[in-house]
Design a protein around this ligand. Structure first.
Ligand code: AMP
Length: 190
């Protein structure tokens, strides 16, 4: 299985990616998690990304495309992957097409998790209280508002992009976690 999970912050991409990873032999590739690990380890990438992430902006496309290029080249990804948080811009989506061509890999689908924006702030506030090791630096209302605006401006155009490719499937992300998983499995036919 090779899929992309698309949706605003707090839609449940990470939660669903982990469930699908366990059930369907596909590796979760979360660019946000890769960046948070780099920030924690204070690597060059981490130092570059830290403030950008904390204020809810996007890390530059060339940096992100380089990370995903390296990751997709690793062996464990060969059985399948769930991209969670990438692509986030049309430029990233176009670069991903080139990378997948080079690797002779085809995407099965892009799954858009649809949610009402109104519930996202509550969800993120809840996640901030539940995250092991304390809340993420960007799980606060101010940063979330910025991340939502960035999503609307830069990431939502991917819905039309993938509709045009015939690969977009949409699911209702407002349902309970298990129901959302079932709907994703249904649209993927797995
Ligand atoms: P996430 O865990 O997916 O919500 O990502 C957390 C933060 O990491 C985002 O708000 C961005 O600052 C950064 N980030 C993650 N993925 C990307 C990406 N594909 N492009 C640019 N920035 C990203």
């Amino acid at each position: 299985m090779r899929i992309i999970l698309l949706g605003p912050p707090g839609a449940g991409k990470g939660t669903q990616a982990k469930v699908i990873e366990d059930k369907h032999k596909a590796i979760q590739l979360s660019t946000g998690e890769i960046l948070r690990a780099a920030v924690a380890a204070e690597t060059e990438l981490g130092l570059k990304a830290k403030d950008i992430m904390a204020r809810g902006d996007l890390v530059p496309d060339d940096v992100m495309i380089g990370i995903v290029r390296d990751r997709l080249g690793e062996d464990d990804v060969k059985t399948g992957f769930i991209l969670d948080g990438f692509p986030r811009t049309v430029a990233q989506a176009e670069a991903l097409e080139g990378l997948l061509d080079e690797l002779d890999m085809k995407l099965d689908a892009v799954v858009e998790i649809q949610v009402d924006e109104g519930i996202l702030i509550g969800r993120i506030e809840k996640r901030a209280t539940e995250t092991d090791g304390g809340p993420r630096a960007d799980d606060n209302v101010e940063s979330l508002k910025k991340r939502l605006a960035v999503y609307r401006e830069q990431t939502a155009p991917l819905i039309t992009f993938y509709q045009g490719r015939g690969s977009l499937k949409s699911v209702d992300g407002m349902a309970a976690v298990d129901d959302v998983t079932r709907e994703i499995e249904e649209v993927l036919g797995v």
